[in-house]
Design a protein around this ligand. Structure first.
Ligand SMILES: C[S@@+](CC[C@H](N)C(=O)[O-])C[C@H]1O[C@@H](n2cnc3c(N)ncnc32)[C@H](O)[C@@H]1O
Length: 237
């Protein structure tokens, strides 16, 4: 379960709380638990963790492999996760993965990677693709208590593919023009409360590329919600 013991302010109503917004602006959808030993094919573990209302199937992006789609409406500010995988400190391994996010401390220093390369040891969030266009972005990676979650940036309708921006360098490697985000306004960047959590960044690697490290800090972050600071997207190849 999500650990909501870090106080922060809701980005919608600005109410201060120790977890999900007390006014109900935010909601959380847990991963489905799958007893590993029950699976006929253990390599399918990640696919079996898909929660109700989501399906993993062929992406709408040609040649992108699998993707994730909403089977029902999900409201803005819904949190999915956590993103599971093997945690390690090896930049090289993360570089090789294609499925690793960085976990960072409050200073923005990477102290861990959560690497979903192995579907037997990860979950459905590994199948979320990167949008080709900014207008298709509907999820954002955020870190809370050292774990990674995906937050809906707007209402997502049934039938829509879920997309999370992988960050500038990963996007470039995929042939996607890097997205641009407005600078934080003074109001947005005003400290509502002391930062309760570390920031983290997604680090992923595209398996088809040669080993190369990308570090993208361009995405402007907003202050906290849920005790979560939005991740500066970063993936490592
Ligand atoms: C984290 S995986 C996403 C799940 C992947 N589609 C799968 O089937 O396992 C990232 C990989 O998906 C593919 N991918 C994701 N977004 C893409 C995009 N916009 N265009 C092309 N390929 C994409 C690339 O191969 C990328 O390295």
């Amino acid at each position: 379960m999500i650990d909501l013991d870090r106080p922060s302010n809701c980005d919608e109503c600005k109410k201060y709380s120790n977890g999900l917004c007390p006014s109900g602006c935010q909601s959380y959808i847990d991963n489905r638990e799958v007893p590993y030993y029950l699976l006929v094919k253990q390599s399918d573990h990640a696919k079996h963790t898909v929660p109700i209302g989501i399906i993993v199937t062929t992406s709408g992006i040609p040649d992108a492999g699998l993707g994730t789609f909403a089977l029902k409406k999900f409201k803005k500010n819904t949190f999915f996760g956590p993103y599971t995988g093997v945690k390690h400190r090896s930049n090289d391994r993360a570089n090789d993965s294609g499925y690793a996010w960085t976990i960072e401390d409050i200073e923005g220093n990477v102290y861990n990677y959560v690497d979903a390369n192995d579907p037997r040891r990860s979950n459905w969030l590994r199948y979320v693709n990167c949008p080709n266009k900014q207008e298709n972005e509907n999820l954002m990676a955020v870190q809370f208590n050292g774990e990674l979650y995906y937050k809906t940036l707007r209402d997502i309708e049934a039938g829509e593919e879920l997309f999370v921006y992988y960050g500038e360098e990963y996007a470039k490697a995929l042939g996607i023009k890097p997205f641009e985000y407005p600078a934080e306004s003074e109001q947005d960047s005003a400290p509502i409360i002391p930062p309760p959590m570390s920031i983290s960044s997604f680090s992923r690697k595209r398996s088809t590329t040669s080993q190369k490290s990308y570090s993208n800090k361009k995405r402007k972050t907003k202050p906290t919600e849920l005790g979560i600071r939005e991740k500066q997207q970063q993936r490592v190849y």
